[in-house]
Design a protein around this ligand. Structure first.
Ligand code: NAG
Ligand code: NAG
Length: 327
């Protein structure tokens, strides 16, 4: 079974990954072969990060972004990230800003021309653009300041442990400006520091049919949302409280996102969307999260699982049950 969708999430799949042949066992797999199909990447790529506050017109820009981002050519990826800024201390006013992160497979000049034509509302300036090798752009995506030596990737993470909660959604129609304003207000009202990642679909993602690989979220999606909140180790009560706040934010988004099912992205594991306890297997319960993660492909995964792991040796709270559990 050809399985690429678990690993990729946007039109860059052809750069990062070739073909991975795996057999689905739980929702992880046994790798039978791994064929890398390299494709050329230009010597220099261009990245930028731009922040827009609400006063700077973030709402209008994000509204426009929803309309154009998924239709941009395949050599550009432009993410929007609504997030809480300030408010770390009680004395500062909490605000929402939207950060735009971009990678373009080309130079600044071409990127400027493309943005002037397709997204002038963003107001991209030459000084925002950073040309670098593709490998150096991994530093940018990992959140380090431009110019950080690549050796930083060899550092092992240290320091205090961070707890976090993630959830996901798919957006299929443009969220109106009035509703965007409601979303910002909700983010401010919640007593957590949260961010969302809005990742455009379209491009290569729309060209692959929903049933070609287990990854089913294809044409028709404007973008995927990741909701995120993190906190330090402050005990179970603080964790529960913060998780509940993120759930509250998710609940407030219901009318803007996919429904029947409310689709979810497997890599942002979320037990809220359905789960089974890890020591038993219920097909009925598995169907709930299975349909959200895989839609029509769930049944096929159940059949594969039935062949390669009929006794369900590999299982977790959101694994694929083998066919024999289906009654
Ligand atoms: C890549 O980053 C290194 C620093 O780690 C820098 O010395 C080098 O000039 C960069 N190269 C390109 C092409 O961006
Ligand atoms: C958490 O909340 C419960 C119920 O309110 C309380 O009994 C318990 O002491 C709290 N635990 C901590 C570690 O604060």
């Amino acid at each position: 079974m050809l399985e690429e969708g678990f690993l990729i999430e946007n039109q860059w799949e052809k750069i990062y990954f070739g073909q991975l042949e795996v057999v689905v066992v739980a929702s992880f797999g046994v790798i039978l072969s791994w064929k890398i199909r390299l494709v050329p990447v230009p010597k220099k790529v261009t990245v930028f990060q731009i922040s827009k506050t609400l006063e700077q017109g973030a709402t209008d820009v994000v509204h426009r972004w929803q309309i154009i981002a998924h239709k941009l050519p395949k050599d550009i990826f432009l993410r929007a990230m609504p997030m809480i800024v300030n408010g770390r201390r009680e004395s500062t006013e909490k605000k929402v800003a939207v950060l735009f992160f971009c990678m373009f497979l080309g130079n600044t000049k071409k990127l400027m021309a493309l943005m002037e034509k397709r997204f002038p509302e963003l107001g991209l300036q030459i000084r925002d653009c950073n040309e670098m090798s593709w490998v150096n752009s991994t530093i940018f995506w990992a959140g380090f300041p431009v110019g950080t030596p690549i050796d930083v990737l060899l550092d092992r993470p240290k320091g205090t442990q961070v707890s976090f909660k993630s959830k996901s959604d798919y957006v299929k129609s443009v969220i109106p400006k009035k509703s965007l304003e409601k979303i910002w207000k909700k983010m401010i009202d919640l007593d957590i520091e949260t961010w969302m990642q809005w990742n455009p679909y379209g491009g290569r993602m729309s060209e692959i049919s929903e049933s070609e690989t287990p990854f089913t979220h294809r044409a028709g999606n404007l973008f995927k949302i990741q909701y995120f909140a993190s906190w330090g180790d402050q005990g179970i009560n603080v964790s529960n409280r913060n998780i509940n706040m993120l759930r509250d934010l998710y609940a407030s988004m219901t009318s803007y996102v996919s429904s029947g099912p409310r689709e979810a992205f497997l890599n942002y594991r979320d037990l809220d969307i359905g789960s089974i306890s890890s020591n038993h297997t219920s097909f009925k319960d598995a169907q709930v999260y299975g349909f959200k993660y895989f839609k029509g492909n769930f049944q096929r995964l159940v059949k594969v699982k039935g062949k390669v792991d009929p006794d369900n040796f590999f299982k977790n709270e959101q694994s694929i049950p083998p066919a024999k559990y289906q009654v």
